[in-house]
Design a protein around this ligand. Structure first.
Ligand SMILES: [Zn+2]
Length: 74
């Protein structure tokens, strides 16, 4: 009898969607907890539009300097 799941389902080494490194078993599909948090922050920021604090640069999230303010009174 075949009580065990098919061994043919060998999980291929997937690349981390964040940095492209091989994903780790503990943080799949990410390579590390950091990348998992990055993805989580992206997801949250996309839903709640909350400011995300990130030490490293992130694709798609570009910060600009203070917006031009027209605070001059005539
Ligand atoms: Zn990664």
């Amino acid at each position: 009898m075949n009580a065990m799941p098919g061994p043919s389902e060998a999980a291929p080494a997937k690349a981390c969607p964040i940095c492209g490194k091989p994903a780790g078993d503990q943080f799949r599909p990410f390579c590390s907890k950091r990348c998992a948090n990055v993805d989580l922050n992206r997801w949250l920021s996309g839903v709640y539009a909350v400011p995300v604090k990130d030490d490293e640069d992130e694709d798609g999230a570009r910060r600009e300097d203070a917006p031009p303010q027209d605070d001059q009174s005539h």
